[in-house]
Structures are given as structure tokens and as C-alpha cells.
Design a protein around this ligand. Structure first.
Ligand SMILES: [Zn+2]
Length: 386
């Protein structure tokens, strides 16, 4: 049994409002932060900044963001891609994710292997296949399902296979041709039954919702989070506040498309450019109104990588008008609460998993510090030292 005490670091626990000098301890056998007096080893972190491991609430681990593989789309290829993506996330300080649309139930199976300590990857809340209407958004990651009865059945199937979140497609989007972000897709009654099934189990439902009508439909249906939330008006923001709905803005997704416009089809680039400003504005207005925000990147969409993407998302959130401390909260404790894993992760305190990162610079002085060299621990095991 090795108990390690970390001293003299400045620590953002996930719950305090700044980095404060404090000592924290972990047990490498159990993987948890601990309280106690006796330690086998002390590590001095003078001059370092410590924060909880990041939680990315919106990934697609089976997608090949950087076009590194040929398009095979088999279970084996998708699994290879997923494991590579998960290793990259972990090395960059993302210790927990919510995957919101996968193939072959790969996210559900890998989630189970992680829980059983068979694989050393970020913890995963999986969704399995996203529920989409026939012909709707999400083609490769979705299961076409129509009408409340069939959607109830599909939600139950996903949950039976291990999903702890149901992903719903409430509107069209950017990456598929032949639709716009404003297209209304699954209806309120269709989404409501999925939410009901998820909530009966204490799980969550998340809606891809970009246009304002679809956003309102999803909030009315009771989803736990609006993903993207691009075209919001005052009324939808008030509804988010009333229902306690989280916003996961995924700012990097359009940024990555805009930055690689020459390599991508025009329909995608045109839509991406058109949503960039409205997304920034919706985030700013929601944040100012007090809507709960969690960090997610949509990693896996074109050129939206699994390496520095999560830390870069934090920068984009600050640039859109959030304070650095609230962005760090969005990436840690808020994510844990949204995913219903806040008993286990999201903050540095005894009896939570020892998932944390050690930075050389102060992220409150410059949020880019999170993108710099870092040391990463997951379940009290060293992932990467720098
Ligand atoms: Zn997505």
C-alpha cells in the first residue's frame, strides 16, 4: 500500500473559487484521494497548479477526426480508433468523458472494461447509438427510430446494453448534407419518452439541438443537457434556467471546420461559418443569465482532435466571455454533476477517485496554461509526467 501526500501546490479543488495552497493525499492501491496522517511518500509541488482531471461531456470516440485511417467502418477499425482516441484524451488530462453517439456499442463495452480496470482509459458514460429520426442528423452514429413507442423501446435497449445516457437528435446539424441546423427533427413527445426511460434509471438524456425551436422542444421534453445550443433566444434561455438544463456548447467543432475549410465540402464549411458567431453569442447570453455550463468538444468531428481539443475548448469559452474560474468548473465539477458521477469524480477531496492534473502555469492568469505541459494522474496512477 502506497499513500502519497502532495504538498505546497496551489489547488483548484473543483469547488473553491481560486487556486489555494493546500495539501492533498491519495492511496495508489484504492485509486482514491484519502484523509489521514500516515504517508509512505511526500511529493513537493511548490510552484505548481493542480486541478481535477477534465471531464469532456461530448465526444464521439469511434470517429477518426484527423482522417488517419481509411474508411472501413467495421467494429474492429472503430474500436482501434476509439482506444487510440481514449489514450490521447487521457494523456492530455481528460480523465472522464460522456460519449454521445457510437457504433457497435463500442463506448458501452469500453466503459465496462474501464470500470473493471481491464483498460487504463478515461471513465466513460456511454450512450450507444444516438436516437435519430429516419433521415435525420447523425447518420453514422445514429439509430433511425420514429414515434414514442419505438423510441421508448430503443431507449430501453440502449439502457439494457449499458447506456447511462440517451442521446437524442432534436435538430439538423452541420456535418450532414441536405439539412440545416434549424430543421426540427425528433418531436417533444418522442424525446419525452426517452427522457422518462433514462430518468427512471437515474440516468441522463442529452439532445443535439442547434435551432431555437428544436432547443425548446428538447428542454420541454426534459433533457438534462442541450448540446451545441447555437440559436437561442431569451425565451429558450429562461426555459433552461427554469428546467435546470445544462448547456454544452462545443465551440471547437465549428472552429476546427472553419480552420480546415479547404479540405472539407462547401456545404459543411458554409453552415459552420454561419453558426460560429451565434454560438458564441448564445454561450455568452446563457452564461450571463446563469445557465449551467459543462465542457464538451464534439471530438471526432472533422479536425476536432482528441489531444489538445479539450484544453483549447476552455480557451474558446473564455474568449466567448466566461471567466477562467467558471470555465474550469465547467470542465470539472459541472461535468461531473451533469453526468451524475459527482459522487466519484469532479473534485479533489477524500473518497473521490484521484484523477487530477498538475500544471506549470496559473490557468486563471492565462487559460492557455491548461494546454501546456502537464502531469496527469488517473485513479492515483501516473499517466504522464512532465
Ligand atoms: Zn456530437
Amino acid at each position: 500500500m502506497v499513500k502519497i501526500k502532495f504538498e505546497n501546490a496551489r489547488v483548484f479543488t473543483g469547488k473553491n473559487t481560486s487556486f489555494t495552497q493546500q495539501t492533498f493525499c491519495m492511496d495508489t492501491d484504492t485509486g482514491y484521494f484519502i484523509d489521514g496522517e500516515l504517508f509512505d511518500k511526500t511529493i513537493d509541488l511548490t510552484g505548481k497548479f493542480v486541478m481535477p482531471g477534465m471531464i469532456n461531456a461530448h465526444t464521439h470516440i469511434i470517429l477518426d477526426a484527423m482522417f488517419e485511417f481509411n474508411n472501413h467502418f467495421t467494429a474492429v477499425h472503430d474500436t482501434v480508433i476509439a482506444i487510440q482516441n481514449l489514450k490521447r484524451l487521457l494523456a492530455h488530462g481528460v480523465t472522464y468523458i460522456r460519449d454521445v453517439g457510437s457504433t457497435f456499442d463500442i463506448d458501452l463495452i469500453l466503459s465496462k472494461l474501464e470500470q473493471e480496470n481491464e483498460l487504463f482509459i478515461p471513465g466513460i458514460i456511454g450512450s450507444g447509438g444516438a436516437i435519430m429520426m429516419t433521415g435525420g442528423h447523425g447518420r453514422r452514429l445514429g439509430i433511425e427510430t420514429d414515434g414514442p413507442d419505438d423510441i421508448r423501446k430503443q431507449s430501453r435497449i440502449n439502457i439494457k446494453k449499458g447506456a447511462r445516457n440517451i442521446k437524442l437528435m432534436a435538430t439538423g446539424g452541420v456535418s450532414n448534407s441536405g439539412e440545416t441546423p434549424h430543421d426540427v427533427q425528433l418531436g417533444v413527445e418522442e424525446m419525452r419518452v426517452a427522457v422518462e426511460e433514462a430518468h427512471h434509471k437515474g440516468y441522463t438524456a442529452a439532445a443535439h439541438a442547434q435551432g431555437n425551436q428544436g432547443i425548446k422542444n428538447a428542454i420541454k421534453a426534459g433533457v438534462d443537457s442541450i448540446e451545441h445550443g447555437i440559436f437561442m433566444d431569451k425565451e429558450s434561455i429562461q426555459m433552461m434556467l427554469k428546467f435546470g438544463t445544462y448547456l454544452v456548447p462545443t465551440m471547437i467543432a465549428p472552429w476546427a471546420i472553419n480552420s480546415h475549410a479547404k479540405q472539407l465540402p462547401n456545404f459543411m464549411v458554409d453552415k459552420s461559418l454561419a453558426i460560429t458567431k451565434p454560438l458564441q453569442q448564445s454561450l455568452k447570453e446563457s452564461y450571463d443569465a446563469g445557465v449551467k455550463i459543462a465542457m464538451g468538444t464534439d471530438a471526432g468531428t472533422p479536425f476536432n482532435d482528441f489531444e489538445n481539443g479539450s484544453a483549447f475548448e476552455l480557451q474558446l469559452m473564455v474568449e466567448a466571455g466566461m471567466s477562467a474560474i467558471d470555465v474550469l468548473k465547467a470542465a470539472t465539477m459541472n461535468g461531473a454533476m451533469l453526468l451524475h458521477v459527482d459522487e466519484q469524480v469532479g473534485s479533489i477531496e477524500p473518497d473521490k477517485l484521484a484523477d487530477f492534473i498538475i500544471l506549470n502555469e496559473d490557468p486563471l492568469a492565462d487559460i492557455k496554461a491548461v494546454q501546456g505541459e502537464k502531469t496527469v494522474y488517473k485513479k492515483a496512477q501516473l499517466v504522464k509526467y512532465s
